[in-house]
Ligand binder design. Structure first.
Ligand SMILES: Cc1cc2nc3c(=O)[nH]c(=O)nc-3n(C[C@H](O)[C@H](O)[C@H](O)COP(=O)(O)OP(=O)(O)OC[C@H]3O[C@@H](n4cnc5c(N)ncnc54)[C@H](O)[C@@H]3O)c2cc1C
Length: 417
């Protein structure tokens, strides 16, 4: 069988697109395969936060204390389907074990590597496409109802400062001057300047996919059913036939585990479903990305309207979205903006691919020469996409990625899968 490309990227979410684009930019003949149009999946509906200072892992010391109240509140930020609990428990325990300060600091440093230049790298990718305005300078506003919780002397803010952020306290008056649309229920905020936000994450994916095509990359719409080794190459079995290449990049988000298990690689990749509601004609506007720190969702004004996105639901990869969670998010967004108009609301849900230590797998997959992993970016895949793509292109072309890949190695789970 003849080779179809030098590299095939499986999965056309933002991580796959950025990987294929970085490869094409280096002159590598590349083919991107996805069962949908590129840029869908979790990459389409996220909150669009692009922050060089997103260096706070999900699991933190003392987090476990919040979990019971989160789980019993039907409008709360986390839900677990009861029948899924036995499968979820080992992941959850490993997640909590990662919440000790020493590990959190190590994870944070590894997140910094992937996020440090994310705004710059996105702007480079968008340069010359005519769609440069899809990324806008922004601050992150972490809004609290209880002013006593808006503290600067926390581990989270310590980590942000260590990555170069300035972190400021906003009184109620300052907060409402900055974001007049917000409910007066919020009585203080932490401000992290120097970030960016996407005005349409889905369109950024589509624009970068078009750029990939312009650079000679192929985009194939097909379902990938299996990966198998043949001689020195990998064969990608798809719904429209087989394709072959010496290098295959697995960037299939939450579905990566399913593709790799038949090859003997068992990884603790969990499906963390999130939701969004877009208010098409909101009648209110935000100047920045704003996170409700009690209910853990982010609101942002985008080109299609005002989007509220977030929440975490653990119910398995194949479980359909839960309409109650969508209703809860929509109601929470209405509480955030009392003057929100009653017009059309579009809802969406997508699956974050999450490892218990908050870090993705990026690198050569153990025992599978020629196969490169780029998945598991959890809450940060949109912003980590460009740097991940650069690392993938380094690995395929045999260049040193100029950073330590150990924290992202799939090997880290081999002792304790
Ligand atoms: C509500 C919510 C808010 C978020 N907010 C932010 C944010 O503000 N900033 C941020 O950085 N991140 C955010 N994230 C996280 C971010 O969206 C994800 O980490 C990121 O999109 C993951 O990208 P991906 O390319 O790995 O996966 P995906 O976007 O899920 O792409 C995977 C692709 O693989 C394809 N695929 C899978 N299996 C196969 C197969 N067998 N054959 C063919 N194709 C296949 C799928 O069709 C899909 O297109 C958020 C996520 C959610 C859900």
């Amino acid at each position: 069988m003849k080779q179809d490309a030098a590299a095939i990227v499986v999965g056309g979410g933002i991580v796959g697109i950025c990987s294929a684009l970085s490869l094409a930019e280096r002159g590598v003949p590349v083919c991107l395969v996805d069962r949908d149009a590129p840029g869908q999946g979790a990459s389409m509906g996220n909150a669009g936060v692009i922050s060089p200072f997103s260096v706070v892992p999900q699991s933190l010391p003392g987090l476990w204390k919040n979990i019971p109240s989160w789980l019993i509140d039907p409008k709360g930020p986390v839900s677990v389907r009861l029948a899924y609990l036995p499968r979820f428990l080992p992941w959850a325990l490993s997640f909590l074990a990662n919440g000790n300060e020493a590990q959190v600091r190590r994870t944070s440093a590894a997140m910094d590597t992937l996020n440090h230049d994310n705004i710059l790298l996105y702007r480079k990718h968008l340069d010359g496409t005519g769609e440069e305005r899809l990324i806008r300078d922004s601050a992150y506003v972490l809004a609290y109802r209880d002013a006593a919780k808006a503290r600067l002397d926390t581990l989270e803010n310590d980590l942000r400062r260590a990555s170069g952020a300035t972190v400021e306290y906003l009184s109620a008056a300052e907060l409402h001057r900055l974001e007049p649309a917000l409910s007066k229920d919020y009585s203080a905020a932490i401000l992290v300047p120097g970030q960016a936000r996407a005005l349409s994450p889905g369109r950024i994916g589509a624009v970068l996919a078009a750029k990939l095509r312009d650079l000679g990359g192929r985009i194939v719409q097909a379902d990938v059913r299996a990966l198998r080794r043949e001689g020195e190459d990998w064969v990608v079995e798809t719904s429209i036939g087989a394709m072959q290449a010496p290098s295959v990049v697995v960037a299939a988000g939450a579905w990566s585990r399913k593709l790799l298990e038949p090859l003997g690689l068992k990884l603790p990749l969990e499906s963390e479903r999130g939701y969004h509601a877009v208010f098409r004609d909101p009648g209110v506007n935000l100047n920045n990305s704003v996170m409700d720190m009690d209910l853990k969702f982010v609101a942002s004004s985008m080109e299609m309207g005002l989007r509220a996105a977030g929440t975490a639901e653990f119910s398995g990869l194949d479980r359909p979205p839960n309409p109650k969670r969508i209703a809860a998010l929509t109601a929470n967004a209405r509480r955030m903006f009392p003057d929100l108009r009653a017009g059309a609301v579009e809802t969406w849900s997508g699956i974050r691919p999450s490892f218990p230590d908050s870090l993705p797998v990026i690198g050569r997959l153990p025992g599978l020469p020629g196969l490169i992993g780029a998945f598991g970016h959890s809450h940060w895949g949109f912003m980590m996409g460009p740097r991940t793509g650069n690392i993938v292109a380094d690995l395929v072309t045999g260049r040193s990625p100029n950073c330590d890949l150990t924290p992202y190695g799939a090997e880290r789970f081999s002792k304790n899968p």
